[in-house]
Write a new protein. Sequence first.
Length: 335
Amino acid sequence: MKNVGIFIDFLLEKNETTFILEQLVALYDEVTIYTLSHQQGKLQAPIELNSIQSTYLSNKIKNNADIKKQFYLIPHARKTLIPKRPHEAIIIFNNGNLSNLVIDQKYYNLRIELNFLNKNIIPGSGWKTRLFKSFYEQSTGQREFLPFSLQMEYKGERAQLQNMSFCADFSQFDLSKNIVKEKIVVSSSISNDQLTNILNKLSEYQVPSDILSQDSSDQEKAEKFSSAYLFIVEGRLDYIDALRAKASGLSVYNCSETDREFYEQINISFLNISNLEDELKEVIVSKHRIDQDKMRREALKYNAQNFKRKFLKSCEKLFLQLAKPSEPARSFHSV
């Protein structure tokens, strides 16, 4: 697909939403972005370089605080959010304000909806909240906010994937926060002799360390990664945890010679246990010398690649459910 229209409720500042939008824009040759309000110059360059069509709310809603003050104008502004020309596909990035957006089918062949609905969009309390909830129920037919879902419409047929997670919580990489990373985490899958050797050397260098068991819960793993800057793995059983560590901004090293090539394909370097002392001197860094900018860039880069891969794979899965077997175009990319 070359010509795509992307609908998003607000473009007011750089945040997690615009980061994901930036990844969507990068997937297509020609993109037109439609939004209720756009504050020019406040976003990433890859977004601003596209054609952006906004409504009259650009003059009334200039920041997040204005959304709560002017939210009652949203239902009318939604009706003016009309494509200027037909697109091969439209993607609706819905945070709650674009649920069940009505768009004439003459403007698209394929419709995709990314729903990131959450209760944070309810503006305060009192009569305004009741009015907003009433609007939400009427426009979506839902009394409760839906979990994350991906929906697709093709030639009148619809399909949906629910409870999916495409990205990490990018807010954890907010540079206004003080990132304290002082530990090295070592996988329990490493053989006993090597594990003891690594832990002894770390103790000798006075580097705090921790052991990550494969039986640990996701919450326990997240807590250990949050205080670490480096993760040492061995073998393919650690593959998923290695990816999670990279997504959290950690440096990851593999100490298995057998799986060296396998891990190097995803930019995970080899740690030579036989030359452990010199190797550790290279990878151990003081928590005071951690480059926070670099950590954030690496984590966002990994999550960007992960998002685009999962998004396209999920769209392909839905499209194959909807496309008729007799149709020549059996690929989502060839619509």
